[in-house]
Design a protein around this ligand. Sequence first.
Ligand code: DAT
Ligand code: MG
Length: 132
Amino acid sequence: MDRTFVMVKPDGFARGLVGRIVARFEEKGFKLVDAKVIQLTRQHAEHHYEHLRQKAFFGELVDFIVSGPVFAMIWEGKDAVKNARALIGATNPSEALSGTIRGDFATDVASNIIHGSDSDESAEREIKLFFR
Ligand code: DAT
Ligand code: MG
C-alpha cells in the first residue's frame, strides 16, 4: 500500500482542527500509520521546505511553520499521495474547492492549515525527516 506524509500546520493545530482533519482522512478510507505533535526547529523547517528556498516567501514560510506545534502524520492507502492532495485541495485556499480541507477551513495561502507530500519521492523523504 502507498504512504504519504501529511502535517496539520501551526494555524490548524491552534484552531483545534486536528480531529476534524484526521476524521476526513479516515472517512476517505486511509489508514493512520503513525502520528505525533512536534515543534519544528528552524533547521528542520528549512530542510522540509528546501525546494522553496529561492522563493520570496521562504522566510515567512519558515517563520510560520515554527510558530507553534504541528501534527505530523503518515497515512496509508491506494494512490496515497494523489488521494491526500485531492482531500487537501489547491495550495491557495481561494482556489480550493468547497469540500476540500483548504477550501473549507482556510482563506490565506500563507496559512493554509495543512501540508501533504506532492510525490512518492517527497513522501519518502518527508516521512524519514519527521519519523526517522
Ligand atoms: P503545497 O503546500 O500545496 O504543496 P507548495 O509546496 O508550492 O504548495 O508551497 C508550500 C507552502 O508554501 C504552501 O502550502 C504555502 C506556502 N506558499 C506557497 N505559495 C505562497 C505564496 N505565494 N505566498 C506565501 N506562501 C506561499
Ligand atoms: Mg508542496
